[in-house]
Design a protein around this ligand. Structure first.
Ligand SMILES: [Zn+2]
Length: 81
C-alpha cells in the first residue's frame, strides 16, 4: 500500500481553473441572480453559491481586501459590541 496524503480536498479556482488545496483556497460567497423572463412567469431567484479562488486570483480580484474588512468589522464588534 502506498502512503498517500490524499486527505486534503482540492477545490477548483473559479477564475483560472487551477486545482487548489482547500486549506489554501479562498472561499468566496458569490451572490447569484437568475431571472427567467418567460411569458407566464417572471421569476427571480437569488442565492449564494460558494466559489473558491487560488491565492493569486483572490489577490487579483480584491477578495482578500473584502475578507480583511469583514474580519476587522467582526473583531471590532467582538471587542466593543
Ligand atoms: Zn486562480
Amino acid at each position: 500500500m502506498g502512503t498517500r496524503r490524499g486527505r486534503e480536498r482540492l477545490e477548483r479556482c473559479a477564475s483560472c481553473g487551477r486545482a487548489v488545496p482547500r486549506a489554501k483556497a479562498v472561499e468566496h460567497s458569490k451572490r447569484t441572480h437568475f431571472t427567467t423572463d418567460l411569458k407566464e412567469d417572471n421569476v427571480t431567484y437569488t442565492g449564494f453559491s460558494d466559489v473558491y479562488y487560488c491565492i493569486s486570483c483572490a489577490k487579483h480580484r480584491g477578495i482578500f481586501e473584502i475578507k480583511k474588512r469583514e474580519n476587522a468589522r467582526k473583531r471590532e464588534r467582538e471587542m466593543y459590541g
